[in-house]
Design a binder for this molecule. Structure first.
Ligand SMILES: *Cc1c(COP(=O)(O)O)cnc(C)c1O
Length: 488
C-alpha cells in the first residue's frame, strides 16, 4: 500500500510513497503528514481468538507495508518484555460498563512503549538495510523521552538526542532518561520549558548550518514523535485487542475513551473504527488545556488568547495537537485540510462548517477535567480498589457525561501511577509536605503509598533510584547546537 499526503503534493516531493519512506522521512509536502491511501478492512471473526502478537502481525500485514515478516516478528517480540507477554494489555472492569485498558505494562511504564518498542526495531532495521545513518531528535515533557531512549538504545545506525526541560518532569521520568546508558544516546536538560525545548528543536531543523553539518557527517534526520505513521500503525492494534476482551459477541458496539494530547492514541482508535471495529464513538478526554473539547463541541480550534497551562497530567499539556490533521484529511480531503492548517498557521485558528462539525461529531465527543476533578476521581476509585494516574483520571468524567447509549466503554490508562507519585499522595489526602515543610520526593511518595496501600512498585521503577546518573549536562538553549554536533 502507498502513503499519501494530508495537504496534497507540492510537485517536488513524491506524492505516493512506501511505508518505509513515510517513516524514515515523515515530513510531507507543505508541512503535511503521511496517511495510508486506503484503509484495510478487519476480519473480526478471523482475528478474535488470536494472541496479541499474532493479532498485531495480521493487522500490520493487512496494510501491505514494505517491511518483511521477519522484521515485523522481531519487532513484535519486544512485547515479550512486557509484564505478561501473553497479555501485554490487560483490560480490567471497574464497574458500570466501564473497562480500563492498561497500556502501561512495558519497560518505561507509560503507553508510549506500545508503539515505540516495535517502532525502534523497524526503523533501525530499515536504516541498516539502506546503509544509512539517522539522528533522532526528541523533545519530551516526560514520557516520550524514556520510551524513545529505551527502544533505540544500542541499535545500529541510529543516534538519539533527547531534550527535557530541567525541573519540568517528575523525578522518576528524569531518572528514566539520565540513567539510560547506551553509547548512541545523549540526554540534555535545557534551561527552559517543554515549549522552549520543542521550539529550539524546530529552529535547529530549519538551521542551514546545522543541516549542513549533519550532511557532512553523513547523518539523516528522522522523528520518533507521533507525526510518524510508524507509531500510529502500532496504535491501532490495542483498540482491536481491547474490543475482543470486553464484548460478548462480535458486532456488539462499544465506546472508546482516550485521554488525549497529540491525538495519536485517539487516531489509532479512529482508524480501527474506519477499518470496521464496531465503535459507536470515540470519547476524547482532556485536562484544562481543553482545545480538543472546543474543537469537538463547537467546531472551533483556536490558539488565540490561550497559553499552555501546567497541570497534574503533563503529557496532555498540549495545544498544537498534531494528529487531528489526519482526521481532517480522512473526513474532508486534502484541499480542505490544507486550507484549515494554513488558517491555523496564519491566523492561529480554524473553524469547521456546521456540516463538517456534524460529520466530526458522528465519530467523536469530548470533555475535560480539572486537576481537582482528577484528584477526586483518583481518591474515590482508590477507595473502591483501583489506583490510577492523573491522565487516566480524566476518562471518568468523559464516561459519565458523554455516553449516550448503554454500550460498554473501554477507557485507556496511559501511565502507571508510579510515574506521578507526588500527585497521588496529594489526591489520596496523604500529606505531600514533610516535617520541615518541603515537598516530598517521588521516592518518599512511592514508599508512602506502597506502605499505606500495599500496592507493589514495579521493579523498573524501584531500580531507578540505585542506578548511576550518566547524563548530567544541563545547557542554556544557546548551546544546544554545539552540544548536539559534538555528540554526533
Ligand atoms: C502521550 C501521553 C498521552 C497523550 O497521548 P496522545 O497520543 O499524544 O494523545 C496521555 N497520557 C500519557 C500518560 C501520555 O504519556
Amino acid at each position: 500500500m502507498k502513503f499519501i499526503e494530508t495537504r496534497g503534493n507540492d510537485g517536488i516531493k513524491n506524492s505516493r510513497v512506501n511505508f518505509s519512506d513515510a517513516i524514515l522521512s515523515p515530513s510531507a509536502s507543505f508541512g503535511g503528514l503521511y496517511i495510508p491511501e486506503n484503509l484495510p478492512k478487519l476480519d473480526l471473526e478471523k482475528l478474535q481468538n488470536l494472541e496479541y502478537k499474532s493479532l498485531a502481525l495480521q493487522i500490520l500485514k493487512s496494510f501491505e507495508i514494505d517491511i518483511s515478516d521477519e522484521v515485523l516478528k522481531e519487532a513484535l517480540s519486544l512485547y515479550d518484555n512486557f509484564d505478561d507477554p501473553k497479555n501485554p494489555v490487560p483490560v480490567v472492569s471497574i464497574g458500570d460498563d466501564l473497562y480500563i485498558s492498561e497500556l502501561y505494562h512495558g519497560p518505561t511504564r507509560a503507553f508510549k512503549d506500545m508503539a515505540l518498542q516495535p517502532f525502534g526495531k523497524v526503523l533501525s532495521a530499515l536504516a541498516q538495510d539502506r546503509e544509512e545513518n539517522y539522528l533522532i531528535l526528541a523533545a519530551t515533557s516526560g514520557d516520550t523521552g524514556p520510551a524513545t531512549l529505551h527502544t533505540f538504545k544500542n541499535r545500529e545506525n541510529i543516534k538519539v538526542v533527547c531534550l527535557y526541560p530541567d525541573g519540568g518532569t517528575s523525578d522518576v521520568q528524569r531518572l528514566q532518561m539520565v540513567t539510560e546508558d547506551g553509547e548512541n544516546l545523549k540526554v540534555l536538560g535545557i534551561d527552559g520549558s517543554f515549549d522552549d525545548a520543542q521550539t529550539s528543536l524546530k529552529n535547529l531543523l530549519k538551521s542551514e548550518e546545522f543541516l549542513g553539518e549533519l550532511k557532512a557527517k553523513n547523518r539523516k534526520l528522522s522523528a520518533a514523535n507521533s507525526v510518524n505513521f510508524g507509531r500510529i500503525i502500532f496504535q491501532t492494534i490495542y483498540h482491536v485487542w481491547s474490543y475482543f476482551q470486553v464484548v460478548e459477541e462480535i458486532g456488539e458496539k462499544i465506546y472508546l475513551t482516550v485521554p488525549s494530547g497529540n491525538f495519536g492514541n485517539a487516531l489509532g482508535g479512529f482508524y480501527a473504527k474506519m477499518m470496521g471495529l464496531p465503535v459507536e464513538k470515540i470519547l476524547i478526554s482532556s485536562n484544562s488545556n481543553n482545545i480538543l473539547t472546543d474543537l469537538i463541541t463547537k467546531g472551533e480550534y483556536s490558539l488565540v488568547g490561550r497559553e499552555v497551562q501546567n497541570t497534574k497530567s503533563p503529557a496532555m499539556d498540549i495545544l498544537k495537537s498534531s494528529n487531528v490533521e489526519r482526521v481532517l484529511f480522512h473526513l474532508f480531503g486534502a484541499d480542505r485540510t490544507k486550507e484549515l492548517m494554513e488558517s491555523l498557521e496564519n491566523r492561529n485558528s480554524y473553524t469547521l462548517s456546521p456540516k463538517e462539525l456534524e460529520i466530526f461529531q458522528s465519530h467523536f465527543s469530548a470533555s475535560f477535567s480539572t486537576d481537582t476533578e482528577c484528584f477526586e476521581v483518583i481518591d474515590s476509585h482508590f477507595d473502591r480498589g483501583y489506583l490510577m494516574d492523573p491522565h487516566t483520571a480524566t476518562v471518568l468524567k468523559a464516561h459519565e457525561e458523554l455516553r449516550e447509549e448503554e454500550y460498554k466503554n473501554v477507557a485507556y490508562s496511559t501511565a502507571e501511577w508510579t510515574k506521578f507519585s507526588p500527585s497521588i499522595v496529594e489526591a489520596l489526602g496523604i500529606t505531600n509536605i514533610d516535617e520541615v515543610g518541603k515537598k516530598v520526593s517521588d521516592r518518599e511518595a512511592l514508599e508512602t503509598i506502597s506502605d499505606r496501600t500495599g500496592t507493589v512498585v514495579s521493579e523498573e521503577i524501584e531500580a531507578l533510584f540505585e542506578k548511576e546518573e550518566i547524563h548530567k549536562t544541563v545547557v542554556p538553549i544557546s548551546e544546544l547546537q554545539k552540544e548536539i554536533l559534538e555528540f554526533i
